[in-house]
Design a binder for this molecule. Structure first.
Ligand SMILES: Cc1cc2nc3c(=O)[nH]c(=O)nc-3n(C[C@H](O)[C@H](O)[C@H](O)COP(=O)(O)OP(=O)(O)OC[C@H]3O[C@@H](n4cnc5c(N)ncnc54)[C@H](O)[C@@H]3O)c2cc1C
Length: 334
């Protein structure tokens, strides 16, 4: 049955919903309160890594399977997705950490130093070896969000910026179903939603070339360098129980930049382009979900925590299935 659907919020969750539901034949209108696309979205700060295997080190087990499905859905959609895997390294004195990480995860192979150098020539001589997660992928957040926006429009979704929930009587009030993807703003209806601050640095280096994400095992933060192409690198990311969206602290800047330097000292010559912090919406168990309310007239899709890009397509498929025939899945609560 074709429905009239309003999606609220053009972060990665709302964009995936709009695209998937428009492709399923629904009449979709996506309302975003910020005038400039992505300006108020946590999604803009994403790495972005699709890392279901590495995330499984700390995430609930069910998210690994769903994450693998998320990677497959991105692969089918996005030609610019880099599907050349990811690496985990540790300094020689922390080899025990690498072994522990290997025991707690699947889907990896152990590379010797020469095999690592074959894959990433600029890391030759830097590490004793690495874990290689061949099936993981990565992308640049701004490019991926713009692609989703264009694809949703191409699929027939109407996308309106500068219009918030409730401000538009032809929007959420008139729709058969409202899909609420307002991120942290949805706490007015989801009181157990909390914010987890994530800081990142964007740098540009012409002295070093990496072609896939490199995670550097660090005692406090999941520290990684993600190549965005053209010499751009995203260095992330802190995980701080705070909803403060403000500027990055000196401590975080030191840790992130120090981590990049530990991956390769050539990063010391890189140009710093931006410091930034986004607040990840999360439920107490850090599992994202779609929550059906008002007899199916309103569905909240939220709590993506560190997995909004990874699980955005899975949450969209889950909602589309529910609207098609009432099917529920692991991430849907009625
Ligand atoms: C530093 C960092 C690194 C990350 N790295 C990764 C990664 O590598 N892989 C991964 O999968 N995830 C990653 N994440 C997590 C991911 O970015 C989040 O899970 C995701 O951004 C959450 O998306 P969202 O659409 O729920 O929220 P948001 O992106 O915040 O979008 C919500 C949107 O709703 C809009 N809105 C608010 N109120 C209204 C209203 N009244 N009406 C209309 N619109 C409204 C907002 O303006 C905003 O645009 C990272 C996050 C951070 C901070």
């Amino acid at each position: 049955m074709t429905r009239s659907i309003t999606v609220l919020g053009a972060g990665v969750l709302g964009l995936w919903q709009a695209l998937t539901l428009a492709r399923a034949g629904h009449r979709v209108r996506l309302l975003e309160c910020s005038v400039e696309p992505f300006a108020a979205a946590a999604s803009l700060y994403g790495g972005v890594m699709l890392a279901p295997e590495r995330e499984a080190e700390t995430a609930p087990a069910m998210l690994r399977e769903l994450g693998l499905e998320g990677v497959a859905l991105w692969r089918a959609l996005y030609p610019q997705l880099h599907c050349n895997g990811s690496l985990v390294v540790a300094s020689p004195r922390d080899q025990g950490e690498l072994e522990r990480f290997a025991h707690r995860t699947q889907g990896h192979g152990l590379l010797r130093a020469d095999e690592l150098a074959e894959r990433e020539p600029d890391l030759a001589g830097r590490f004793n070896g690495a874990l290689f997660f061949a099936d993981e992928a990565h992308m640049s957040a701004p490019d991926a969000l713009q692609f989703l926006l264009d694809e949703a429009r191409r699929a027939g979704a109407e996308i309106v910026f500068g219009v918030g929930a409730g401000a538009d009587t032809n929007g959420d009030n008139a729709a058969d179903v409202v899909i609420d993807c307002r991120g942290m703003a949805a706490r007015d209806h989801l009181p157990d939603l909390r914010g987890v601050r994530g800081e990142r640095v964007l740098i540009r280096s012409t002295d070093i070339t990496l072609s896939r994400p490199v995670q550097f095992l660090h005692p406090r933060i999941p520290l990684y360098v993600v190549p965005w192409g053209a010499g751009l690198y995203m260095i992330g990311a802190t995980v701080i129980e705070s909803e403060e969206p403000g500027a990055m602290s000196v401590r975080s800047a030191l840790e992130l930049l120090g981590g990049a330097y530990a991956v390769h000292p050539a990063f010391a010559e890189a140009e710093i382009l931006a410091f930034g912090a986004g607040v990840r919406p999360a439920f107490p168990d850090n599992v994202p979900r779609a929550i059906v309310r008002d007899g199916g007239r309103r569905i909240f899709v939220n709590g993506a925590y560190r997995h909004g890009f990874l699980l955005g397509p899975v949450l969209a498929r889950t909602v589309a299935d529910y609207l098609a025939d009432g099917r529920t899945g692991a991430l849907l609560r009625v």
